[in-house]
Design a protein around this ligand. Structure first.
Ligand code: 9UX
Length: 72
């Protein structure tokens, strides 16, 4: 069972930031796939809800200086 969601990702100031952010997300536990787009400053993440969640992904991405915005 997996869920796919698109989140705004802030603080990316060049295309390489999107690339770093994407490869970092792909390495996190419970993430099946991640595609981060610099132009739209967002990332689409497919994950396993029993293994991770948006708050955890936010905390993880914060470690490398980017802000994943979790919807209310
Ligand atoms: Mo671009 Mo991002 O030169 O941390 S890689 S600013």
């Amino acid at each position: 069972e997996s869920t796919t969601e698109t989140f705004p990702i802030l603080n990316m100031t060049c295309a390489s930031c999107a690339s770093s952010s994407q490869s970092f997300l792909r390495r996190q536990e419970g993430v099946i796939s991640a595609d981060v787009n610099y132009a739209s400053t967002s990332g689409t993440i497919k994950y396993i809800p029993s293994k991770t969640n948006p708050e955890t992904l936010k905390e993880q991405l914060d470690q490398i200086g980017f802000e994943l915005v979790v919807p209310d």
